[in-house]
Design a protein around this ligand. Structure first.
Ligand code: FE2
Ligand code: FE2
Length: 219
Protein backbone atom coordinates (compact mmCIF):
# COMPACT_ATOMS: atom_id res chain seq x y z
CA UNK A 1 0.00 0.00 0.00
CA UNK A 2 1.37 3.41 -0.89
CA UNK A 3 2.15 5.70 1.97
CA UNK A 4 -0.13 8.63 2.19
CA UNK A 5 1.58 11.72 0.88
CA UNK A 6 -1.17 14.26 1.12
CA UNK A 7 0.82 16.86 3.08
CA UNK A 8 -2.01 19.33 2.73
CA UNK A 9 -0.89 21.51 5.61
CA UNK A 10 2.58 21.98 4.29
CA UNK A 11 1.45 22.32 0.72
CA UNK A 12 -0.92 25.12 1.62
CA UNK A 13 1.98 27.03 3.14
CA UNK A 14 4.27 26.51 0.21
CA UNK A 15 4.38 29.26 -2.35
CA UNK A 16 4.47 27.03 -5.39
CA UNK A 17 3.31 23.70 -4.08
CA UNK A 18 6.69 22.31 -5.07
CA UNK A 19 7.25 20.92 -1.58
CA UNK A 20 4.29 18.62 -1.77
CA UNK A 21 5.20 17.54 -5.26
CA UNK A 22 8.74 16.65 -4.29
CA UNK A 23 7.47 14.77 -1.28
CA UNK A 24 4.93 12.92 -3.35
CA UNK A 25 7.60 11.57 -5.64
CA UNK A 26 8.92 9.51 -2.73
CA UNK A 27 12.34 9.41 -4.34
CA UNK A 28 15.69 10.82 -3.48
CA UNK A 29 16.79 13.82 -5.43
CA UNK A 30 20.02 12.08 -6.33
CA UNK A 31 22.01 14.77 -4.57
CA UNK A 32 24.35 13.78 -1.82
CA UNK A 33 26.05 15.73 0.91
CA UNK A 34 29.04 13.42 0.88
CA UNK A 35 31.54 12.95 -1.85
CA UNK A 36 34.22 10.29 -1.91
CA UNK A 37 35.91 11.38 -5.12
CA UNK A 38 39.60 11.70 -4.13
CA UNK A 39 40.91 14.80 -5.93
CA UNK A 40 37.86 16.93 -5.51
CA UNK A 41 37.23 15.77 -1.96
CA UNK A 42 38.22 18.86 0.01
CA UNK A 43 36.54 21.33 -2.27
CA UNK A 44 33.43 19.24 -2.42
CA UNK A 45 33.35 18.81 1.35
CA UNK A 46 33.46 22.54 1.92
CA UNK A 47 30.79 22.95 -0.75
CA UNK A 48 28.80 20.25 1.02
CA UNK A 49 29.15 22.00 4.40
CA UNK A 50 28.08 25.26 2.85
CA UNK A 51 25.15 23.49 1.28
CA UNK A 52 24.03 21.86 4.53
CA UNK A 53 24.34 25.21 6.32
CA UNK A 54 22.33 26.80 3.56
CA UNK A 55 19.78 24.00 3.86
CA UNK A 56 19.40 24.50 7.61
CA UNK A 57 18.59 28.16 7.09
CA UNK A 58 16.21 27.42 4.27
CA UNK A 59 12.47 27.87 4.50
CA UNK A 60 12.08 24.19 3.66
CA UNK A 61 14.15 23.16 6.67
CA UNK A 62 12.32 25.60 8.95
CA UNK A 63 9.00 24.23 7.81
CA UNK A 64 10.29 20.67 8.40
CA UNK A 65 11.27 21.54 11.99
CA UNK A 66 7.91 23.28 12.54
CA UNK A 67 6.07 20.17 11.39
CA UNK A 68 8.17 18.04 13.75
CA UNK A 69 7.02 20.32 16.58
CA UNK A 70 3.43 19.80 15.45
CA UNK A 71 3.64 15.99 15.51
CA UNK A 72 5.56 16.19 18.81
CA UNK A 73 2.57 18.00 20.34
CA UNK A 74 0.24 15.41 18.79
CA UNK A 75 2.18 12.43 20.15
CA UNK A 76 2.33 13.93 23.63
CA UNK A 77 -1.42 14.56 23.55
CA UNK A 78 -1.95 10.94 22.49
CA UNK A 79 0.00 9.58 25.45
CA UNK A 80 -2.76 11.13 27.58
CA UNK A 81 -5.69 10.27 25.29
CA UNK A 82 -4.94 6.58 24.65
CA UNK A 83 -5.30 5.49 28.30
CA UNK A 84 -8.74 7.16 28.26
CA UNK A 85 -9.71 5.20 25.17
CA UNK A 86 -8.49 2.05 26.85
CA UNK A 87 -10.62 2.75 29.90
CA UNK A 88 -13.68 3.39 27.74
CA UNK A 89 -13.30 0.29 25.55
CA UNK A 90 -15.61 -2.68 26.08
CA UNK A 91 -13.62 -5.64 24.80
CA UNK A 92 -10.42 -6.81 26.40
CA UNK A 93 -8.81 -7.14 22.99
CA UNK A 94 -9.32 -3.46 22.21
CA UNK A 95 -8.24 -2.42 25.69
CA UNK A 96 -5.00 -4.33 25.18
CA UNK A 97 -4.47 -2.77 21.76
CA UNK A 98 -4.87 0.73 23.21
CA UNK A 99 -2.56 -0.07 26.08
CA UNK A 100 0.10 -1.42 23.74
CA UNK A 101 -0.12 1.64 21.52
CA UNK A 102 -0.02 4.01 24.50
CA UNK A 103 3.37 2.52 25.36
CA UNK A 104 4.53 2.71 21.75
CA UNK A 105 3.36 6.31 21.57
CA UNK A 106 5.60 7.17 24.51
CA UNK A 107 8.37 5.70 22.36
CA UNK A 108 7.33 7.97 19.47
CA UNK A 109 7.68 10.99 21.76
CA UNK A 110 11.19 9.87 22.72
CA UNK A 111 12.13 9.21 19.09
CA UNK A 112 11.09 12.76 18.21
CA UNK A 113 13.23 14.08 21.07
CA UNK A 114 16.14 12.16 19.59
CA UNK A 115 15.38 13.69 16.19
CA UNK A 116 15.36 17.24 17.61
CA UNK A 117 18.71 16.49 19.21
CA UNK A 118 20.18 15.20 15.94
CA UNK A 119 19.02 18.39 14.22
CA UNK A 120 20.48 20.56 16.98
CA UNK A 121 17.00 21.84 17.85
CA UNK A 122 15.24 22.16 21.17
CA UNK A 123 12.39 19.65 21.56
CA UNK A 124 9.44 21.97 21.46
CA UNK A 125 5.77 21.16 21.02
CA UNK A 126 3.57 23.31 18.82
CA UNK A 127 -0.15 22.83 19.18
CA UNK A 128 -1.57 20.55 16.52
CA UNK A 129 -5.14 21.65 15.82
CA UNK A 130 -5.86 18.55 13.76
CA UNK A 131 -4.91 16.15 16.55
CA UNK A 132 -6.79 18.22 19.08
CA UNK A 133 -9.89 17.82 16.87
CA UNK A 134 -9.40 14.08 16.41
CA UNK A 135 -9.01 13.55 20.15
CA UNK A 136 -12.09 15.60 20.91
CA UNK A 137 -13.99 13.52 18.35
CA UNK A 138 -12.93 10.37 20.23
CA UNK A 139 -14.15 11.92 23.47
CA UNK A 140 -17.55 12.67 21.89
CA UNK A 141 -17.78 9.02 20.86
CA UNK A 142 -17.33 7.98 24.47
CA UNK A 143 -20.13 10.35 25.51
CA UNK A 144 -22.45 9.32 22.69
CA UNK A 145 -22.18 5.53 23.00
CA UNK A 146 -23.33 3.16 25.66
CA UNK A 147 -20.81 1.89 28.15
CA UNK A 148 -20.12 -1.83 27.73
CA UNK A 149 -21.38 -1.92 24.15
CA UNK A 150 -19.62 -3.20 21.04
CA UNK A 151 -20.97 -0.22 19.11
CA UNK A 152 -18.73 1.88 21.34
CA UNK A 153 -15.72 -0.28 20.45
CA UNK A 154 -16.51 -0.10 16.73
CA UNK A 155 -16.72 3.69 16.99
CA UNK A 156 -13.53 3.92 19.10
CA UNK A 157 -11.67 1.96 16.44
CA UNK A 158 -12.93 4.39 13.82
CA UNK A 159 -11.68 7.32 15.88
CA UNK A 160 -8.34 5.63 16.56
CA UNK A 161 -7.83 4.80 12.90
CA UNK A 162 -8.41 8.44 11.95
CA UNK A 163 -5.59 9.27 14.35
CA UNK A 164 -3.31 6.59 12.89
CA UNK A 165 -3.96 7.80 9.37
CA UNK A 166 -3.10 11.35 10.35
CA UNK A 167 0.15 10.05 11.84
CA UNK A 168 0.89 7.89 8.80
CA UNK A 169 0.40 10.90 6.48
CA UNK A 170 2.61 13.06 8.67
CA UNK A 171 5.46 10.60 9.16
CA UNK A 172 5.30 9.48 5.54
CA UNK A 173 5.83 13.02 4.32
CA UNK A 174 8.36 14.06 6.97
CA UNK A 175 10.42 10.98 6.17
CA UNK A 176 10.62 12.03 2.54
CA UNK A 177 11.52 15.60 3.54
CA UNK A 178 14.35 14.24 5.72
CA UNK A 179 15.56 12.17 2.80
CA UNK A 180 15.43 15.20 0.49
CA UNK A 181 17.59 17.13 2.96
CA UNK A 182 20.11 14.33 3.44
CA UNK A 183 19.22 13.74 7.12
CA UNK A 184 19.64 9.99 6.84
CA UNK A 185 19.52 9.13 10.53
CA UNK A 186 16.45 11.29 11.06
CA UNK A 187 14.84 9.68 8.04
CA UNK A 188 15.42 6.21 9.49
CA UNK A 189 13.90 7.19 12.84
CA UNK A 190 10.84 8.65 11.12
CA UNK A 191 10.54 5.49 9.05
CA UNK A 192 10.63 3.37 12.19
CA UNK A 193 7.71 5.27 13.76
CA UNK A 194 5.86 5.24 10.44
CA UNK A 195 6.06 1.43 10.32
CA UNK A 196 4.72 1.20 13.87
CA UNK A 197 1.75 3.47 13.04
CA UNK A 198 0.96 1.34 9.98
CA UNK A 199 1.13 -1.86 12.04
CA UNK A 200 -1.22 -0.32 14.62
CA UNK A 201 -3.69 0.68 11.93
CA UNK A 202 -3.65 -2.86 10.54
CA UNK A 203 -4.06 -4.39 14.00
CA UNK A 204 -7.12 -2.20 14.60
CA UNK A 205 -8.62 -3.27 11.28
CA UNK A 206 -8.11 -6.88 12.27
CA UNK A 207 -9.78 -6.46 15.65
CA UNK A 208 -12.72 -4.67 14.05
CA UNK A 209 -13.28 -7.17 11.27
CA UNK A 210 -12.63 -10.30 13.34
CA UNK A 211 -15.19 -9.69 16.04
CA UNK A 212 -16.26 -6.20 16.98
CA UNK A 213 -18.11 -5.03 13.88
CA UNK A 214 -20.17 -8.20 13.74
CA UNK A 215 -21.07 -8.09 17.41
CA UNK A 216 -21.89 -4.37 17.13
CA UNK A 217 -24.28 -5.09 14.25
CA UNK A 218 -26.14 -7.59 16.45
CA UNK A 219 -26.67 -5.20 19.35
FE1 FE2 B 1 2.54 7.93 17.17
FE1 FE2 C 1 -0.24 6.06 16.57
Amino acid sequence: MATSQTATKTASRSKSGANSRSAASGKTSGRSNSNSNGTAKRASSSRSNARSEQMENSEFHQMFVDELKDIYWAEKALTKALPKLKKAATSEELQEAFEKHAEETQGHVETLEQIFQLLGQKAQAKKCDAMEGLISEAQSIIEDTEEGSMVRDAALILAAQKVEHYEIATYGTLRVFAENMGHTEVMELLEQTLENEKATDEALTEIATNTINEEASEE
